[in-house]
Design a protein around this ligand. Structure first.
Ligand SMILES: N[C@@H](CCC(=O)N[C@@H](CS)C(=O)NCC(=O)O)C(=O)O
Ligand SMILES: [Fe+2]
Length: 431
């Protein structure tokens, strides 16, 4: 098996046989990176077998599967981390080695260590055609909105900073307030990482947006408003969610008028992020109040569609509806095929790295819950699957904070804040 050295920390090969893994360890490699989706051709060993062969050979292993026509920045960063985290060289492969080299090269250009003009000749020097990497860079450079995703491993949530490169104005979407339910501790590590990014890039925050009142994590909207002074916003139907949960929590003096946010968006409302035009689409189903933000050619769809290999969000929370979710998804899929789709969660199916960006075209052709499925079929399978899902770990913690726009409950007379839990209210336990 021929191995091509790319940098001191990285070498490439074509698809290796499992029998070669022990030899790689003897040659001094520390980790295998498999950049190839399973099932591309008969006889391909696949993720699980490669993970086992790596472990048996004493090698680390990372699964970063990509298709060369659907590479995203998350793939590039995951590949960089897999190499950087490893002391000693990594051997990366796909079918021919090309996709692994594309991932490496894109990271070098994004980080300014290689010029765009050097990409093709760098590829030729190693015997590869990197035209696809060049096309990726040119396409990204032409997008009206610049999107940076921040993944929260604890909750599988993706938070976004979306900015207008011409004015350096940005919006923050769905920021997470860290919460450890075992100790009751709150923290702002993720929100502060977003603020660091904003400061490093010289951005001005114009909006702090939530797509819906989250049921699985606390929103950092209120904290970020305190830190930046930017207005907060959410979908106007949040008032229906407030009414519903005010009852569940038995809160007597809680205002259910949405006054906890600076702006409530109705379907079709428009707003600006610098020179970027943004439109709000009402997208109910996962919750009563969910919205999609369409910013430039980027749709922030949160918990409607997940990545094509994951499918769709659940629709069984109080106020949820699989039928409404289907309609909302169809509306998203009626956007132009090249619309970029940014999802709100990724639960890393099959042990792959976290990914969050796709296109309407990819979703239409490959979403495992939606492509080639009828409305009736979707509703049936969505409802059946939802019956098997336990409630999110933090649903009772999260809603009472998120229906207050991400504010924690007021402190009691000892200065401490407390959460409150209704017992036997949701009726969906997984014993
Ligand atoms: N295990 C997670 C599940 C969170 C969850 O239910 N996520 C929602 C979005 S808020 C979902 O749609 N999940 C789909 C699924 O788990 O298949 C937790 O406990 O937090
Ligand atoms: Fe959600």
């Amino acid at each position: 098996m021929s191995v091509i050295n790319v940098s001191p920390g990285l070498a490439l090969s074509a698809q290796p046989n499992l029998a070669a893994f022990a030899g790689f360890a003897r040659q001094g490699f520390n980790k295998i990176v498999n950049a190839r989706p399973d099932g591309e051709e008969p006889g391909q060993p696949g993720n699980q077998a490669e993970a086992r062969a790596s472990a048996a050979a004493g090698l680390g292993y990372a699964f970063i599967p990509v298709r060369s026509d659907a590479i995203t920045e998350a793939d590039v960063r995951a590949f960089q981390r897999a190499v950087l985290e490893t002391e000693g060289p990594v051997l990366a492969h796909c079918r021919s080695g090309l996709r692994a080299l594309i991932l490496y090269t894109l990271g070098e250009v994004l980080d300014g260590r290689m010029a765009r003009s050097e990409v093709e000749s760098f590829g030729r020097s190693l015997g590869f055609d990197l035209a696809a990497a060049g096309r990726w860079l040119d396409r990204e450079a032409g997008y009206p909105a610049k999107v940076k995703g921040f993944y929260d491993q604890r909750t599988g949530s993706i938070q976004y900073v979306v900015s207008d490169p011409s004015s350096r104005v940005c919006a923050i979407i769905d920021p997470v307030l860290d919460f450890d339910e075992k100790s009751g501790a709150t923290a702002t590590h993720h929100a502060d990482a977003i603020l660091d990014h904003v400061a490093r890039e010289g951005l001005q925050v114009a909006w702090i947006l939530d797509t819906h009142p989250h049921a699985d994590h606390l929103s950092a909207a209120s904290y970020l408003k305190q830190r930046t002074g930017a207005p907060t916003a959410i979908g106007a139907h949040v008032v229906d969610v407030q009414r519903l949960w005010k009852g569940i929590y038995n809160l007597s003096d809680f205002a259910t008028d949405g006054s906890q946010w600076d702006r409530l968006f109705a379907d079709g409302d428009r707003f600006r992020i610098g020179n970027l035009d943004s439109t709000v689409m009402f997208s109910p189903g996962h919750t009563l109040a969910s919205v999609t933000y369409l910013i430039g050619n980027a749709a922030f769809v949160h918990d409607t569609l997940f990545m094509p290999d994951s499918g769709t969000a659940r629709a069984d929370f109080p106020g949820g509806s699989a039928k409404s979710l289907w309609s909302s998804i169809q509306r998203i899929l009626s956007l132009p095929d090249d619309t970029r789709v940014f999802t709100g969660h990724d639960y890393q199916p099959n042990g792959r790295h976290a990914r969050w960006e796709s296109t309407v075209g990819e979703q239409k052709s490959a979403n495992r819950h939606v492509a080639g499925v009828s409305e009736a079929g979707f509703v049936l399978s969505r409802e059946a699957r939802d019956q098997t899902l336990p409630m999110p770990r933090l649903i009772l913690h999260a809603l009472q904070v998120n229906m207050r726009g991400g504010r924690l409950p007021e402190p009691e007379d000892n200065g401490r804040r407390y959460l409150k839990f209704p017992l036997d209210a949701l009726g969906q336990a997984a014993w």
